[in-house]
Design a protein around this ligand. Structure first.
Ligand SMILES: Nc1ncnc2c1ncn2[C@@H]1O[C@H](COP(=O)(O)OP(=O)(O)O)[C@@H](O)[C@H]1O
Ligand SMILES: [Mg+2]
Length: 459
């Protein structure tokens, strides 16, 4: 057990323990004082009521039959009574008539009497007697008292008992405080250890969750969730950079060789120009690849689509048709739009334009001249469905899944320009929008179907 006393003592929970313990001590001391005072009062009251009873019986004896009867009562009493009882009957002149006390100066009322050690007490201690002096008759004095040590004994018992309770509660308070502090610190240590491990590069470490639903448990779960999120983001960034590094190496090397060859082999200005033009085309392609890879990587994290701005998809698609119709005409394609009005979704305008552009580009690049391309959009029950259809060669069903892989191109397309990143980027943008994407057979041709989540309040 790594039990660091200094740390424990300086911990917040220990400080709390110390405060609680002090409060307990003060409360216990107060309680003890109260119990002591009450006990003392009770014992004293009891003592004096006994004394008053004695005095009354001696007085009535005296009144009835005179001194001899008073003496008799006293003697009887001392004979029968407890050893703690002390009685004295004397004249004010100083002559002892009865009792077990030496003659004293007559003093009235309640008072303490200190007697030097008597032979009777084995310990040889002096006696403290509390009692009351009264005049039975003029010239006739009597004192009735009790050994106070007995009273004190009872009080001491009470005190001792309270002291034990005090000690026991102290031990419990301190012990409990230490245990609680230790448990608390152990959980804090777990958090610290995990943070250190992560700083040291062990990104997969997590704070152990002990299933406690308390504040600390919640903190631990939040920390772990945060770590998950951070490591997810980091993995993503790492993935993007390593993908880009990997995917760009081959074309860059290729470009390098081509330029090198041009340098050593080109003779005329025309040949140089041709080489440079070729190189420019390749860098364009490279930039396109780079851009697409980066985008795909960034879109890996899904968002809550409702947090994206509302957007009129119909309007956007009409615009796309207007922009791409002339481009399609250039390659002898026919682009038509069949777009229902007022289709609202949540989305990122630029990304959605990119998605549509990629699909139209594909329908243009991978179909023969004269093919028809239709951009279609309509509201289905719980979806806004957008379709790009063509009547070209289509894609075999067995390839539907593979064409969404990065750099994958059908065998017949290897000679056409392209990066093989168009559909993967389309898929990433769709996923980002929480949209479902599917390929279908247009017999002949291809249908790319994208089902968007409609914006609320639209029908
Ligand atoms: N409309 C289409 N008709 C036929 N084949 C297609 C169509 N769209 C895509 N393809 C095939 O899917 C492959 C992957 O498409 P894509 O990811 O956009 O890459 P790229 O267009 O750069 O080749 C293409 O190479 C092509 O073989
Ligand atoms: Mg493409």
């Amino acid at each position: 057990m790594s039990f660091a006393w200094t740390r424990l003592v300086s911990s917040e929970s220990f400080r709390l323990t110390a405060i609680f313990t002090s409060v307990i001590i003060v409360a216990m001391l107060g309680l003890m004082g109260l119990v002591y005072a009450i006990t003392h009062r009770a014992l004293e009251t009891e003592l004096f009521s006994a004394i008053d009873r004695d005095i009354a019986s001696i007085q009535s004896g005296y009144r009835a039959q005179g001194i001899s009867e008073a003496k008799e009562v006293i003697t009887q009493h001392l004979y029968r009574g407890a050893s703690s009882d002390f009685l004295l009957l004397q004249t004010t002149g100083g002559r002892k008539l009865a009792g077990n006390l030496p003659v004293m100066n007559p003093r009235l009322g309640r008072f303490f009497l200190r007697l030097p050690a008597r032979a009777a007490t084995p310990e040889g201690e002096s006696l403290r007697i509390l009692g009351e002096g009264v005049m039975l008759a003029p010239g006739l004095y009597m004192f009735d008292g009790r050994n106070l040590d007995l009273v004190s004994d009872a009080e001491e018992d009470v005190l001792a008992a309270s002291l034990w309770v005090l000690v026991a509660s102290l031990v419990l308070a301190v012990g409990g405080g230490l245990v609680l502090s230790h448990l608390f610190l152990a959980r804090m240590d777990a958090i610290t250890d995990t943070c250190r491990a992560i700083m040291a590069g062990r990104f997969s470490d997590r704070v152990p969750e002990r299933g406690a639903g308390d504040e600390l448990g919640r903190l631990v779960r939040t920390i772990n969730a945060m770590l998950d999120r951070i490591s997810g983001l980091m993995e993503n960034v790492q993935q993007i950079s390593s993908d880009i590094a990997h995917d760009m190496r081959a074309p860059l090397t290729h470009l390098h060789h081509r330029l090198e060859r041009a340098l050593s082999e080109a003779r005329s200005e025309d040949e140089y120009r041709a080489a440079i033009e070729h190189a420019l085309q390749e860098t364009d392609l490279l930039l396109g690849t780079f851009h697409a890879l980066l985008k795909i990587g960034q879109l890996e994290e899904a968002v809550d689509v409702r947090s994206l701005p509302r957007l009129d998809l119909s309007h956007l698609l009409e615009e796309m048709v207007d922009i791409y119709r002339p481009v399609a005409e250039d390659s002898a394609h026919v682009l038509t739009g069949r777009i229902a009005p007022g289709l609202w979704i949540h989305g990122d305008r630029t990304l959605l334009a990119q998605l549509v552009a990629n699909l139209i580009e594909n329908a243009r690049a991978h179909t023969p001249a004269g093919s028809h391309i239709t951009l279609q959009a309509e509201r289905h029950d719980s979806e806004v469905v957008m379709m790009v259809r063509d009547d070209g060669p289509g894609i075999p069903k067995s390839e539907y899944e593979r064409v969404f892989r990065r750099f994958y191109r059908l065998e017949r397309s290897r000679t056409t320009a392209g990066t093989g990143l168009g559909l993967p980027l389309v898929a990433a943008i769709a996923r980002y929008h929480g949209a479902k994407i599917a390929l279908e057979d247009n017999a002949p041709g291809l249908i790319v179907r994208v089902g968007f989540v409609p914006a609320e309040g639209t029908r």
